[in-house]
Design a binder for this molecule. Structure first.
Ligand SMILES: [Zn+2]
Length: 402
């Protein structure tokens, strides 16, 4: 057997690391830290990477590996509970509201200072460190500056710039690259049993977002939702179409968000009512009304955030369509390259005909302006502009004659 000396492979991804396809380099760094090699460990980490690159999965895997006697076997009780969030020494923070405030951070700092109950590490994973408020960041900074001996903070954010400089300068930084389509497609085929053609299409469409690729490959509703969004650029003939489509998008994403939280809302309400002593003697109605109002406000904010996230995904899909159009108009993707999995290719290769048609009937200037309009809509959604207005303005700009 001959071995090509130019191919140097990182160790295979096993145990808790097995989902982190395309992240072999980052995994190697984390494994060295878990293995306790000198200078490899830090009490504060900042994992960065674009959405879907797996930064929160990497953080959870790291937490599990730190608790596991085998360094992340993936099968033991420590691994399983750490990954699911049930491990007593692992705190996973994923905010469902728009920010993580100072009170929440203080609670984390308190937990981080506790001795680990099972004797290894006290790990606090903050999946949206970019959402920590300014006052929260001050509290966090103090904790990171004076860490307890066996505490490990794992902060996740899209880029280092999303975390204040005083915090990021005290963290070991690790960047997760977007995994290549080939790696994602292979994962879908080998682990999820998806047919190769569908896996390739889902991997291309998800652009390195593994969770999204898996959902597209396995969930027909997700695929048909995406198809409807991609039909918009060629389906808007007049102002009426634009307004109707905007209304539908807002209504659909609103329902999607409400459905996603309905069970949790009801559970939280039930727990609160029980805690307030509903139906028992000695309940305090005035106090109860205020507490219920607070919970309702919190739940509304959560639905609002989820809806904006869903609309943001719509914008991402629309961007891929117009990027594909631009790629054909500028010759970045040439005929025959559309369906490839690496290098120049179309994200939406499955609808190459429609993309060709739009590319022929407009100009690259026009396409660039449309992509700008999508970016403007994204900015508008981040502020307090109503989703309805933001989407209407966008679709008018995307319409062929707009
Ligand atoms: Zn284990």
């Amino acid at each position: 057997m001959t071995v090509n000396p130019q191919i140097v492979r990182d160790p295979p991804l096993t145990g808790v690391w097995s989902e982190l396809v395309g992240q072999e380099k980052a995994v190697a760094v984390l494994r060295r830290a878990v293995g306790g090699q000198a200078h490899a460990m830090s009490h504060a980490w900042l994992l960065t990477g674009p959405p879907g690159s797996g930064r929160s999965n990497a953080a959870r895997a790291f937490a599990a590996a730190l608790e596991c006697a085998e360094g992340g076997c993936g099968a033991c009780n420590d691994c399983r509970t750490a990954l699911s969030g049930a491990h007593p020494d692992v705190t996973l923070v994923r905010t469902e509201t728009l920010s993580i405030g100072v009170d929440e951070v203080r609670e984390l700092v308190r937990r981080a200072a506790m001795s680990p109950s099972r004797g290894r590490h006290q790990v606090v994973v903050v999946e949206d460190a970019d959402r920590v408020t300014e006052r929260g960041a001050d509290a966090l900074l103090k904790a990171i500056e004076e860490p307890a001996a066996r505490t490990v903070w794992v902060l996740c954010a899209p880029t280092p710039d999303d975390v204040i400089v005083t915090i990021r300068s005290r963290c070991r930084r690790l960047h997760l690259a977007t995994p290549r389509d080939e790696a994602v497609a292979e994962l879908l085929v080998t682990r999820d049993g998806v047919a190769p053609e569908l896996a390739a299409e889902a991997a291309r469409a998800a652009q390195g977002h593994i969770g999204r690729a898996r959902r597209l490959a396995r969930d027909e509703d997700a695929r048909s939702r995406r198809d409807r969004i991609l039909a918009l650029p060629t389906g808007l003939n007049d102002l009426g179409d634009c307004l109707r489509a905007a209304q539908e998008l807002v209504a659909e994403t609103g329902q999607e968000a409400a459905a996603a939280t309905a069970d949790q809302d009801a559970r939280e309400r039930g727990e609160l009512e029980k805690a307030l002593g509903f139906g028992t003697k000695g309940a305090r109605p005035r106090h109860a009304a205020a507490a219920i109002k607070d919970l309702e406000d919190e739940q509304k904010a959560r639905v609002k955030r989820l809806q904006r996230d869903a609309l943001d995904r719509v914008l991402t899909e629309l961007t891929t369509f117009h990027r594909d159009v631009l790629a054909l108009q500028t010759g970045a993707v040439r005929p025959g390259e559309e369906q490839r999995l690496t290098g120049s290719r179309l994200v939406n290769a499955g609808i190459a005909d429609r993309i060709r048609q739009v590319a022929r009937s407009s100009t690259s200037d026009r396409t660039v302006r449309r992509i700008d309009a999508i970016l403007e809509a994204r900015t508008a959604l981040e502020t307090n502009v109503s989703p309805q207005l933001a989407m209407e303005a966008l679709l008018v700009n995307l319409a062929p004659r707009g």
